[in-house]
Design a protein around this ligand. Structure first.
Ligand code: MN
Length: 258
């Protein structure tokens, strides 16, 4: 075994490294994004039991599940957005698997989001974070820590009024900086999607999806436990199901950290 892998095994066994689950539970209560009614809707998660040690299967338990690709803690592939539709290896089954693993850069804007639920990360905030923690490396997962995963009530999670949802996200310029100048793997958020709640009205609409996926980058939505990670130093593993021609997938996101 390589020294690196041997050290990983030893450090995990000794508790010098630990695995943090960045994933929300997936079930009928999982909140699903709501779009204006003119658009197609992603269904809520549903399930039925095939057998549970009964006449349908006396020795075994299993279920059928029904859900959209973008349900709960999930992965957005570049093909999810029209800007990424013609890129090579843009689907869940064709993305090179090395790209599912990368160092985490956690940008904590929780305090800002308490004051402003429509908070947008701007380039100046990224540069200020880098002045303290160092430049975001190529191939990093950039995780926006907003505290939003603490909102267990769906009404508070979506935080919608007559003008639509009010949840934080990234400005167009911040998305461009991360995609083009830092060459990250993608962004991860605690909210239901990688764009801000009001982003349907931005120019362009949904700028994070538009820019990230157009640049072949990924998204991770509905993350939790980001407050258990250091700003730098953790590694994130986020591997979607190998759905053929998949636009995304529910995913178990794990972080390995000191
Ligand atoms: Mn999605």
């Amino acid at each position: 075994m390589s020294a690196t892998l041997a050290a990983l095994v030893a450090d995990l066994a000794a508790g010098r490294l630990r695995v943090v689950d960045l994933t929300q539970p997936l079930g009928p209560a999982t909140p699903v994004i709501e779009l204006p009614p003119i658009f197609g809707a992603s269904p809520p998660y549903s399930e039925e039991v095939i057998s549970r040690y009964d006449a349908q299967g006396p020795g075994w338990y299993w279920k059928t599940i029904h859900l959209g690709e973008h349900t709960g803690t999930h992965f957005d592939a570049p093909v999810h957005w029209v800007t990424g539709k013609d890129l090579p290896n843009n689907t869940t089954d064709t993305i090179p698997v090395e790209r599912f693993i990368g160092p985490a850069c956690v940008i904590d804007v929780t305090a800002e989001c308490v004051l402003d639920p429509d908070y947008l990360l701007e380039p100046e905030h990224i540069l200020a974070w880098e002045a303290t923690h160092g430049r975001i490396p190529a191939g990093a997962w950039v995780l926006l820590q907003t505290g939003w995963s603490k909102r267990s009530d769906p009404a508070e999670f979506f935080n919608a009024d007559e003008n639509g949802p009010h949840t934080p996200g990234f400005s167009k310029a911040a998305s461009e900086l991360l995609a083009y100048e830092r060459d990250i793997l993608g962004v991860g958020v605690e909210t239901v999607g990688t764009d801000a709640g009001q982003a349907g009205g931005f120019d362009p609409p949904f700028p994070n999806h538009t820019i990230m996926h157009g640049a072949g980058k990924f998204g991770l939505a509905s993350l939790t436990n980001l407050d258990q990670l250091p700003p730098t130093g953790a590694i994130v593993i986020a591997a979607p199901l190998k759905i053929v021609d998949g636009s995304g997938s529910p995913v178990r996101v794990l972080a390995i950290t000191e």
